[in-house]
Design a protein around this ligand. Structure first.
Ligand SMILES: *Cc1c(COP(=O)(O)O)cnc(C)c1O
Length: 339
């Protein structure tokens, strides 16, 4: 692609919501402490929308569709402490749309304490529909959508995690962004990040292709809640959906996504010593806050891969900080032990 040629995402509707480009920061103290590769962090926790995170990039494309369709409200879903739901609610409010949140609550009701992302959702005045259904919450989303329509509203549904062809365009763009930043920061051999609903990784894979990153540059997702096989197939499907949306012939097979599922621990949002140590090291060596559910697990995975020599001295690793900081405040007791 020549400089004058338009990047394919430029044909799509997009509304500016995120603070971009996000900075790239070196982590020299952590790199020295581990004695492995040079580690850098891409600060997507600083994208804005009521404390930041990766969903801001997706929402630029998703909510542009909502505006084009003349929607007056938005429905999305997530776990109790969903970063995605919180960012969607903030973006919707900014655009004058009413955010309806479908959230998982044990027993189908709200938890006892309103803190972290839940507190922010309450401040944003997002009507919340509690459910016992598990991700991707399709049944409850459909039900809330139907209720809103019956009341004469025009809802736009953002799928779980914002992961569909439009949403993942945010990360196609992100790879173009990082390719541009490499002129100053130097190239990266490995991109490491937390992967869950798959849109981030799918966008990065398609984006790496379109931004012409070298084939040798790894896009390594650390799974937070699913086995690599299932998630990998979904990521590949999403990447192909994205290519179709852009009218490209490019397709990938089911095994195109590099996913490590060694760090699932005791399950989604269950904090273990891996996450606790990662959060402590990032804070104490670099003054950097990472979250207990996503980035803490991925950062812990990255540290383990370095200690095992699977990520090595001489390599340059870019850790994508995908956000989640607000969730820290909902896990206080589990994080601050007698240390
Ligand atoms: C949603 C989320 C992810 C995962 O992104 P997916 O596109 O769902 O794979 C990672 N980190 C944080 C903090 C998130 O909120």
């Amino acid at each position: 692609m020549s400089q004058s040629e338009a990047f394919p995402t430029e044909r799509l509707p997009r509304v500016r919501l995120a603070f971009l480009p996000t900075p790239i920061e070196a982590l020299p103290n952590l790199s020295r402490h581990l004695g492995g590769p040079d580690i850098f962090v891409k600060r997507d926790d600083q994208t804005g929308l009521a404390t930041g995170g990766n969903k801001a990039r997706k929402l630029e494309f998703l909510l542009a569709e909502a505006l084009e369709m003349g929607a007056d409200c938005v429905v999305t879903a997530g776990s109790t402490q969903s970063n995605h739901a919180r960012q969607t609610a903030a973006a919707a409010r900014k655009l004058g749309l009413e955010p309806h949140l479908v959230l998982y609550g044990p027993g189908g009701g709200p938890p006892d304490r309103v803190d972290g992302n839940l507190l922010i959702g309450a401040l944003l005045g997002a009507p919340t529909h509690w459910t016992e259904e598990h991700a991707p919450y399709t049944g409850t989303i459909k039900q809330v959508e139907a209720e809103l329509k019956a009341a004469g509203r025009r809802p736009y549904v953002v799928p779980y995690g914002g992961s569909n062809a439009a949403g993942l365009m945010g990360f196609v763009e992100a790879m173009r962004e990082v390719a541009g930043q490499m002129a100053e920061s130097g190239p990266f051999d490995v991109h490491v990040f937390a992967t869950s609903s798959g849109g981030t990784q799918a966008g990065m894979i398609l984006g790496a292709h379109l931004a012409r990153l070298p084939d040798s540059a790894r896009v390594l997702g650390i799974s937070v809640d699913e086995r690599a096989g299932t998630l990998g197939a979904r990521v590949a499907n999403l990447a192909n959906d994205g290519a179709r949306l852009l009218g490209l012939d490019w397709r990938v097979g089911d095994d195109a996504a590099e996913i490590n599922d060694d760090y699932l621990g005791s399950g989604y949002a269950v904090i273990g010593e891996l996450e606790r140590e990662a959060i402590r090291l990032a804070a104490r060596l670099e003054g950097l806050l990472i979250d207990p559910v996503y980035t803490g697990r991925a950062f812990g995975g990255m540290i383990d891969l370095i200690r095992r020599g699977e990520l090595r001295r001489g390599e340059r690793v870019l850790f994508w900080h995908t956000g989640g900081t607000a969730a820290l405040f909902a896990f206080g007791e589990e994080l601050v032990t007698a240390d």
